[in-house]
Ligand binder design. Structure first.
Ligand code: PLP
Length: 393
């Protein structure tokens, strides 16, 4: 069966260049990058070359790049590590502020800190404040200003949303944070933005930046937290002191190399690729809203990532639609999924004020570097048939 993969925001196919670059590290270049001899030195050279390249792609210094196991770990390290560092020098941890549409990696880290469950890291219970968004998923800058004060320890605001694709006004938000909470550390989750946006420019105002390789055509289980010079951060993982005491554990050299290549490949021709994929997303969204009355795009008035096409189909349950699409070889998702793969009620759509009965008909189609015009043509054949079948009962 032909597979039409429209779930790039969940993960993107691994790029052939990444596979090729990683291969030697599953074979002859097996060294431990922390060791004293030539085999180790070979691994360390590859690791540090990857670090240099990742740093350049993110507008950071090499010393600011901390390799992690992915976006989830990076976000946890950002939120909890900053609070723990404050506690370690006897400062009050301060409250945590994040937007209502953050990925669960950020929301749950903030909630854990607020509940005091991060106390093992020396983080006492504190307040967790949530910034509302408008009906497009854009953070409310006035509400952000209201929620900030000099006692805030961490602010976490994503650059682009994983479900609906809204791109946030991060520079404006950062200016508000600097003015209202000058002692706060600003983290941005740039995991979804990374394949599409000019990161060195857009994350320049953030103190901490999270990236995940598998959203870029890189390997799963590899990520980065950029930690700008001078930002206090305490490790979550203790051990051999790798990554300058910020993240212990024997290095995944292959993963770091794969991430560097994925970032480079995504950056090559990014603008033209964004235009191409945005054209395909528009054709898909326009075609489906025309073919299926009662179909509403979730974001129409805010900047949105090129690959995102998030639609709400009236009179349809997303789970049932996704099964029919899967049967026909079209892979999409509901946007918010738990570990079992089942859809969860979307906290993003709830924050945007979408009523639950409308949210339950939402499907996220996400296009990426492998998506072709034929994929869109196929989806335009399959989706209307499936929706019509469900609507007919
Ligand atoms: N942040 C965002 C916005 C995401 O979309 C994801 C993954 O879906 C993550 C964080 C977590 O990244 P990882 O899968 O690498 O743990």
């Amino acid at each position: 069966m032909t597979v039409t993969y429209l779930d790039h925001a969940a993960t993107s196919p691994v790029r052939p260049e990444v596979v090729a670059a990683m291969a030697p590290f599953s074979g002859p270049r097996y060294g431990n990058a922390s060791g004293p001899h030539r085999v180790a030195r070979d691994a360390r050279r590859a690791l540090e070359d990857a670090r240099e390249e990742v740093a350049a792609m993110l507008g950071a210094a090499a010393s600011e790049v901390v390799f992690t196991s992915g976006g989830t770990e990076s976000a946890n390290l950002a939120v909890t590590g900053v609070l723990a560092a404050r506690a370690a020098v006897g400062r009050p941890a301060g409250s945590v502020v994040c937007s209502a549409v953050e990925h669960s990696a950020v929301l749950a880290s903030c909630a854990a800190a607020a509940a005091g469950t991060a106390r093992v890291q020396g983080v006492p219970a504190l307040a967790h404040r949530v910034v509302p968004v408008d009906d497009q998923g854009t953070i409310d800058l006035a509400a952000l200003a209201e929620l900030l004060d000099p006692g805030v320890g961490v602010v976490s605001l994503m650059l682009a949303n994983n479900e609906v694709g809204t791109v946030q006004p991060l520079a404006e938000a950062a200016a508000v944070v600097r003015q209202r909470a000058p002692g706060a550390v600003l983290h941005t989750d740039a995991v979804q933005a990374a394949p599409w946006l000019d990161l060195p420019v857009l994350v320049a105002d953030a103190d901490l930046v999270s990236i995940s390789a598998h959203k870029l055509g890189g390997p799963k289980g590899v990520g980065v937290l950029v930690v700008r010079a001078g930002v206090p951060l305490r490790a979550l993982l203790h051990g051999g002191g790798q990554e300058h005491e910020r993240r212990s554990g024997t290095h995944d050299v292959a993963g770091a190399v794969g991430l560097a290549v994925a970032l480079r490949e995504a950056a090559t021709g990014r603008r033209a690729e964004g235009v191409r994929v945005e054209g395909l997303s528009r054709r898909l969204g326009g075609g489906l809203t025309t073919a299926l009355p009662g179909t509403v795009p979730s974001v129409t008035k805010a900047p949105v990532l090129p690959g995102h096409c998030h639609l709400r189909f009236a009179g349809v349950e997303q789970e049932e639609l996704l099964v029919l699409l899967d049967d026909a070889g079209v892979c999409a998702s509901a946007g918010a999924a738990c570990a079992s793969g089942a859809s969860e009620p979307s906290h993003v759509l709830a924050a945007m004020g979408v009523p639950p009965d409308e949210a339950s008909g939402a499907v996220r189609f996400t296009l990426g570097y492998t998506t072709t015009a034929d994929d869109v043509t196929r989806a335009l054949e399959v989706v209307p048939r499936a929706v019509a079948r469900l609507r007919a009962g």
